[in-house]
Design a protein around this ligand. Structure first.
Ligand code: SAH
Length: 346
């Protein structure tokens, strides 16, 4: 089938076959890329107009018991500087963020046992009480059904847990033996069942990724129907086994953002920090290719550089207020506007 016919299929809301998606990713030409971008941009504007939702990212801990091969926070990385934020520090990030117009707080961290269910539920319920108008998003890895449930009951609304790759063999090459795609998928279905707005997602250009595994990622998104989907390029971290692997590309990330927007139109889709890291206009290009969310950093400036998932991460030196001013300006220049809104899935 012609690539343009596959793009027409996506535009009309039907789901291409795996082989068709893989072919499109492998052989897309510049003019087809342009057609895809235009369709995705139009689709996003028909749902969100020119509004961009913001999420305040609070990186609560750089400790991690896991050993994912791609991630700079992996426990085997002896060079990583470890920190964790206290409840008071997290609340002060929220206070700052609320003043700056954030209505979603994302608490993300390594899998750090310090944040037991008791500790985490106390933090979540305090934020819930102080900021009833805000969404609380957690991104703390796999915790098990009961833990997810307790955190939901304490007031968390959303949970981000990227599936990383929907191919089991590929998954096993990116993760230690203790982890499996099966557990990852069942965690995602559990989160949805509990009632969370759930986010899946994957890295683009991770080692051993193929056009086929990417097609599987797209079909998994279609199957799970997550409310959010985070994708960004893989970027090597110097102190991981993947230190010498190439980064994912801007072009492929943009094509995937556009396909996801067409496959699953209402999904909340960020133009990620990783995308902004591999190209100076990465986040703007992400929005123009169908993304509708940006996630500026609210973490305390003194810890920013130590939440080091990959090398050369942007905005590690700025205060939150600077980040939001900079991003507002960048969005305005491309005709978009950052809004003060929880930005729920509709
Ligand atoms: N511990 C949490 C948060 C992980 S960090 C969890 O397991 O969900 C959030 C995301 O950053 C990961 O899901 C992964 O997709 C991405 N990430 C990690 N290392 C990366 C790298 N080297 N390049 C690009 N993205 C990376």
């Amino acid at each position: 089938m012609e690539n343009l016919t596959i793009i027409e299929k996506l535009k009309s809301g039907s789901v291409p076959e795996k082989q068709e998606l893989a072919q499109l990713l492998e052989t897309i030409t510049d003019s087809e890329r342009e057609a895809l971008k235009e369709a995705a941009q139009k689709k996003a504007q028909s749902i969100f107009s020119n509004k961009v939702y913001i999420r305040g990212l609070i990186e609560i801990s750089s400790y991690c018991k896991n050993d994912c091969l791609y991630c700079g926070l992996r426990r085997s990385n002896k060079n990583a500087v470890r920190y964790r934020l206290s409840k008071e520090q997290i609340l002060s990030c929220c206070e700052n963020g609320h003043r700056l117009g954030f209505r979603t707080f994302v608490l993300q961290g390594g899998e750090d046992a310090y944040y037991s269910d008791d500790v985490m539920c106390d933090i979540v319920s305090t934020i819930r009480q102080k900021y009833p108008d805000c969404a609380i998003t957690l991104s703390l890895g796999e915790r098990g059904y009961q833990s997810f449930k307790r955190l939901y009951d304490a007031g968390a609304d959303r949970y981000l847990l990227r599936h990383e790759t929907a191919n089991a063999l590929h998954y096993s090459k990116l993760h230690p033996k203790s982890m499996s795609l099966e557990t990852r998928k069942s965690s995602l279905f559990a989160l949805k069942e509990i009632g969370y707005q759930t986010g899946a997602g994957f890295m683009v250009g991770s080692p051993w990724q193929t056009y086929e595994t990417l097609a599987e990622d797209l079909l998994f998104i279609k199957e799970l129907q997550p409310q959010m989907c985070g994708i960004g390029p893989f970027i090597p971290h110097k102190d991981t086994p993947f230190f010498d692997k190439p980064s994912g590309t801007l072009k492929m990330t943009l094509v995937l953002l556009s396909i996801i927007r067409l496959l699953h139109p209402h999904v909340l889709l960020p133009a990620t920090t990783a995308l902004g890291t591999i190209h100076p206009k990465g986040r703007e290009l992400g929005i123009l290719h169908g993304a509708n969310v940006v996630m500026p950093n609210l973490s305390p400036a003194e810890h920013r550089k130590d939440y080091s998932l990959y090398d050369n991460k942007i905005c590690t030196g700025d205060e939150a207020a600077e980040c939001i001013r900079c991003l507002s300006g960048r969005m305005k220049l491309i005709g978009y506007e950052i809004v003060t809104d929880r930005g729920d899935y509709k």
